[in-house]
Design a binder for this molecule. Structure first.
Ligand SMILES: [Zn+2]
Length: 138
């Protein structure tokens, strides 16, 4: 993993949560709200094929939270990840830029990280994200 990529921590580790929130200027209330909304969003997932529920919660520039969940399709590439659903909803509601954080909830531990397509979207819409500059090529 590139050295400047944020580490992935389980939300059950209080010291990691405290350190990460402080580093990214998130309050305890914002973290708790994002976690609660991401977990709640999982219940809206449409995942009859994988049974892998994913919920996402996106903290917008105005402090609002937009939820998303994965939406699968029998034709696999047509399905959409929870993160991209949340960003798509936010953007089409007029919230473009200034996003502060995204939380992703799954039913597995340790937590799953966003897929490559979502990372690419995050790179463009969320600061401090993984991007081409993080790829160490020889
Ligand atoms: Zn994804």
């Amino acid at each position: 993993m590139p050295s400047n990529s944020p580490p992935i921590h389980a939300s059950s580790c209080a010291s990691s949560v405290r350190t990460t929130c402080a580093a990214h200027h998130l309050t305890d209330q914002q973290f708790t709200a994002l976690k609660t909304h991401a977990i709640a969003a999982k219940t809206t997932a449409y995942c009859p094929y994988s049974k892998f529920r994913v919920g996402a919660a996106l903290l917008g520039p105005d402090g609002s939270i937009t939820q998303g969940a994965n939406v699968e399709n029998a034709a696999y590439p047509v399905g959409t990840c929870a993160e991209r659903v949340a960003f798509g909803k936010a953007v089409t509601e007029g919230k473009v830029g200034g996003f502060k954080a995204v939380a992703v909830a799954t039913d597995v531990s340790p937590p799953a990280s966003p897929c490559g397509m979502c990372r690419q979207l995050l790179e463009e819409l969320l600061p401090l994200s993984f991007g081409p500059e993080n790829l160490h090529r020889d």
